[in-house]
Design a protein. Structure first.
Lengths: 264, 264
């Protein structure tokens, strides 16, 4: 072996961001049946059952039939849940098995760490969303009114859930706590956000409650991209989603900077 | 290049309970909690083979964790090759390779993938020539394509050493690397580490096997209850007990009053 060189003579410092992102993506790609195919199957079951049962009973907008209405909601629900699952499961596994130390001892900065975990979550969310869309084409074609809105809301929604997944992964010390976060916060927020219905069909009280659920705006804005109609203005939805994204980013970065449950 | 490979300057480390940490954010932190390190100052020269000894709970791992950025000192400064571990963490961590005490690994990857990822975290791409050399020197060449899960404990330990070396760090820290390791591996590991030391690497070793420390280390610091109670050359420490062995010196120093241990 050749002797090591002093740091000044070693190759120039390059970022470890790319490798961490690659590793986080490889991690879910290696188990694609569990991370991509399974959520697509779940969405497909929802689609088949709800479309069959409610197609002629639920009226949402005048020009859109219920199955069409349902598909973007199911796509977004799958994206949200998988974007959350990616960093949260990766972080808690790495912390419990102890191998997170291999990342913490490297020169990867807090921002690079944040960026890699969140971007990998976005990639998984988008992969699942695209797969659900692809499979749904077997049933019917969706109109695409504003593709840019679709993309903006898909990316922002996955980012928000990726950041929440990162926060949950940092906070949880055991799988039980992560499951509580997922089952008592993420699941109700996604199911009660207009995936299966338009909030205009709800009683006034529940309509008001839905307007306080930020996830509602991700689904509503996303749906606007397909149909050109939604429960709220896409600009209002974008403002709320951006506000939540920035707030969660600041919280997650603060946790990383203080070394919360990572660097004692 | 800095005059010291490793420097600890008046390091204090207190592990405060989570509730107190919360109040600390509001400037109301009572400084109570477990004092793991108290006023520890040490310098390790470039190219030294330095031993850090002490009973369980003496603060050895806390000190190493501060150096590696896995823990933050409550007071004081630490540096690697002159780079502050906090304000210049990228350079400090680039200069340091840490072999952790726990046998941790990522079950998703093979040995070669693990080492490639570890290189990437340091910003090093196309590092395969060096990885091959490390694998050869650690007797891991025929295990390169084996998943980490399938390796024996001893082999996993070798991979931990390999991971610490992928970025050719000038300073290597080994935290009890031979705990639970068979005689053959222990011997080959020490031959390899000694060779690295002769080539110019600085080695900081913690171990409970005092015969190892006696054979390998040029200088030794002994910690007890978070304080340095002895710091001298191995020769001088042995001379204190008339050449009766490091174990005898260790026992005597650990049982002597603190002031006497340092002064003698």
């Amino acid at each position: 072996m050749t002797p090591s060189q002093p740091t000044s003579m070693q190759p120039q410092l390059r970022s470890g961001f790319r490798t961490l992102l690659y590793k986080e993506m490889l991690r879910f790609w290696r188990v694609a049946f569990q991370t991509i195919a399974a959520p697509v199957m779940t969405a497909l079951l929802y689609l088949v059952i709800f479309a069959q049962v409610l197609q002629d009973r639920v009226k949402v907008y005048d020009t859109i039939d219920y199955t069409q209405f349902l598909i973007p909601g199911l796509m977004m629900m799958s994206m949200l849940q998988n974007a959350f699952a990616n960093p949260s499961s990766s972080l808690i596994q790495s912390r419990i098995t102890g191998n997170l130390v291999f990342i913490l001892v490297t020169p990867i900065s807090n921002l690079e760490f944040f960026g890699a975990y969140v971007l990998a979550a976005v990639m998984r969310g988008l992969a699942v969303g695209a797969a659900v869309w692809g499979v749904s084409m077997l049933f019917l074609q969706l109109p695409v009114a504003y593709p840019l809105w679709i993309l903006v809301f898909a990316v922002l929604a996955c980012s928000i859930m990726g950041i929440l997944g990162l926060i949950a992964g940092l906070w949880s010390e055991k799988f039980d706590q992560l499951a509580a976060f997922q089952n008592f916060l993420i699941m109700p927020a996604t199911f009660l956000s207009g995936v299966f219905y338009s909030i205009h069909t709800l009683p006034p009280f529940w309509q008001a409650v839905s307007h306080w659920n930020p996830i509602f705006y991700t689904i509503d804005g996303f749906r606007y991209g397909f149909f050109g109609v939604a429960d709220s203005s896409p600009w209002l939805s974008l403002s709320v989603v951006l506000f939540v994204f920035i707030t969660l980013t600041l919280i997650a970065m603060r946790l990383l900077e203080t070394g919360y449950k990572l660097r004692h | 290049m800095s005059s010291f490979a490793i420097e600890f300057d008046r390091i204090h480390k207190t592990y405060t309970p989570a509730r107190q940490k919360f109040w600390k954010r509001f400037g109301q932190a009572p400084q109570t909690g477990f004092k793991a390190l108290q006023d520890v100052s040490l310098q390790v020269e470039h190219g030294e083979f330095f031993g850090l000894l002490g009973p369980n709970g003496a603060g050895k791992t806390s000190l190493i964790s501060i150096l590696a950025g896995l823990a933050r000192a409550t007071e004081g400064k630490a540096s690697v090759c002159g780079y502050d571990v906090f304000s210049e963490f990228k350079h400090a961590r680039r200069s340091l390779g840490v072999v952790p005490q726990e046998l941790v690994y990522d079950p998703f990857f093979t040995v070669r993938e693990t080492l490639r990822l570890q290189s990437g975290y340091y910003g090093l791409r196309h590092n395969d020539d060096w990885i091959d050399e490390i694998l050869h020197n650690l007797g891991l060449t025929d295990k390169a394509s084996t998943n980490m899960r399938a390796l024996s404990g001893g082999m996993k330990r070798r991979v931990l050493v390999a991971q610490a070396l992928v970025h050719r760090p000038p300073v290597i820290v080994l935290d009890e690397p031979t705990a639970g390791v068979d005689v053959d591996l222990r011997r080959s590991l020490w031959e390899f580490i000694s060779r690295l030391n002769k080539q110019g690497h600085t080695i900081l070793l913690t171990t409970h096997y005092l015969e190892e420390a006696e054979a390998l280390c040029g200088r030794i610091a002994m910690l007890k209850q978070g304080k340095v109670i002895a710091l001298d050359t191995t020769e001088a420490l042995l001379a204190r007990v008339g050449g009766a062995g490091l174990e005898e010196a260790f026992v005597q120093i650990m049982h002597a009053p603190a002031a006497e241990a340092l002064a003698s």
